[in-house]
Structure formats: C-alpha cells, structure tokens
Write a protein that binds this ligand. Sequence first.
Ligand code: B12
Length: 221
Amino acid sequence: MSLDALRTDLAELGLLALGAFAPVAADEVPNLAPGTAPRSLVLVGNAGADMWRAYSAQAAGRSLDDWCRDGLAPLAEAHDAFPVFPWERPFRPFQRWLRRAGRTHASPIGIDIHPDYGLWWGLRGALAFAMPLDLDLPAAGDNPCETCAERPCLSACPVAAFGPDGYDVAACAAHLHAPAGADCMALACRARRACPIGRDYTQSPDQAAFHMRAFRAAHGT
Ligand code: B12
C-alpha cells in the first residue's frame, strides 16, 4: 500500500489524511472482521476550500454524507481498508481518535483545535488497515488554547451557548432560527470565527451557509 497513492486518491475528493494511530481495544475502533482488530486507523477530513470545491462540482444532488461515502467506500476497497463514517450510528469518537493521533487538542468550546486549521476542519471518515502505517505528520505541539489569554471564543456567542455546563444546543439552535442569528447563518458560528488560529481556513459564505442550514434543519423550527 502506497501512502502517496492514498493521498493522491483522497486529494481528488478534496480530502486529507489528517492523522493516524495504532488502535488498542480502549479506542473502540471496529474490527476489520470478527476477531481481527485493525493495526492502524487513518483519519480522513477536510480543511480549506478543496472538499467544498470537489463536492460542489460532483454532488449531483447527493447530500455531503452520501457524496463522501460514495467517494471513500471504493477508495477504501482499492487500498485494502475498512471505512468507518462519522455520521453512522452508534457514533464513534472521531474527535478522540484524532487527538489520539496527536494532531489536535480540545478547545474551550468543544470543537477541537488543529495547530494550522484552527477550528475550521471536519472529519469525513476513517480508514482501518490491517497493517501498521505511519503518515509521518508533525505532532500538534502545545495546545494554543492554553496560552490564549482572551479566549474570544467563549465570549463571542450572542446567546452564551458555550458555558461552564458545556454546549447549550437548544439556545444555539433557537438563535439560528431567529432574525438575530442571520450573521451566524450566513458566515458560520460567531464563536468559531472569533478564534485567531487558522483564519486562512475559514469557510466561504456558501460553504458556511450550507453547514449552518444543515445544523439548523436538524434542530427544531
Ligand atoms: C452528536 C454530534 C453533535 C451534537 C452535539 C451534542 C452535544 N453533546 O453537545 C450537535 C448536533 C449539537 C453537534 C453540533 C455541531 N457539531 Co458535532 N458532532 C456530533 C457527532 C455526529 C457525534 C459525536 C458523538 O456522539 N461521538 C461519540 C462519543 C462517544 O464521543 P465523544 O467524544 O464523547 O462525543 C462528544 C463530542 O463530540 C460532543 N460534540 C459534538 N459536536 C459538538 C459541537 C460542540 C460545539 C460541542 C461543545 C460538543 C460537540 O458531543 C459528543 C457527545 O457528548 C460528531 C461526529 C463523530 N462521530 O464524532 C460530530 C462532530 C464532533 N461535530 C462537529 C462539528 C464541526 C459540529 C458543529 C460545530 C458544526 C455544524 N455546523 O454542525 C456543530 C455546532 C454548532 C455550531 N455552533 O456551529 C465535528 C467536530 C470537528 C472538530 N473540529 O472538532 C464532528 C467531528 C463532525 C465532523 N464531520 O467533523 N454535533
């Protein structure tokens, strides 16, 4: 299996190999087959405009999840891997997996932070392999949130949805349904936009509106 070939195939979908690690039982990575645990898990995701460009050109009416599955399932087969998807139930701990790969950190608002992409990245799948793999990526280094004195992400939300008790999904969704939420709907979550890390990777207004509409549609009227 060539990592270069894997990266090239992922790039055609505008996707990236964000990290990889050797799972142990506590990671709760599904088996490749009954009794056969994977030796490595590669986390696949997006940052910047590439995936949005590829999806916009190729979607042909498919949802983003369906388009990702249609692209990643045959790619996994071609590379002798087993695909796992973040929207499939039971939900798998994708954020924890990428932290395990040493590539991201927890942030104060629950969306994990990447040293380059900030809060502007997502996970689209994971590929489980029977063989050990090393993507040779740099470790995430120190968590930038720990030395961020102002923590603007915590004060930027107009309805204080990120508080000491975690994320108030209902308050966030109600705001997005109200006229005052037009700014978050058009340009993405204001708390996310307040973060100084990874600003080069912020979403274009059409991508931001797409994700925000999907979130709002799933949360009430
Ligand atoms: C359920 C879920 C949610 C729930 C969160 C419920 C909660 N407890 O707070 C809801 C629907 C509210 C949600 C919202 C969002 N989510 Co979400 N979510 C998931 C999902 C599908 C499953 C998480 C899970 O249960 N994992 C299994 C358990 C065992 O692992 P866990 O680590 O304990 O999981 C917890 C955290 O993931 C947390 N969580 C998940 N999303 C969010 C978002 C925020 C803001 C916070 C505070 C916590 C949180 O809730 C889980 C249960 O407690 C994951 C995909 C995945 N499979 O991981 C995406 C995921 C975690 N979400 C993601 C994102 C980006 C968001 C949004 C920011 C974007 C959006 N527009 O949808 C929004 C937040 C709204 C906003 N302000 O923009 C990304 C995170 C990427 C990153 N950079 O860290 C993921 C990985 C999806 C992806 N395809 O990349 N999400």
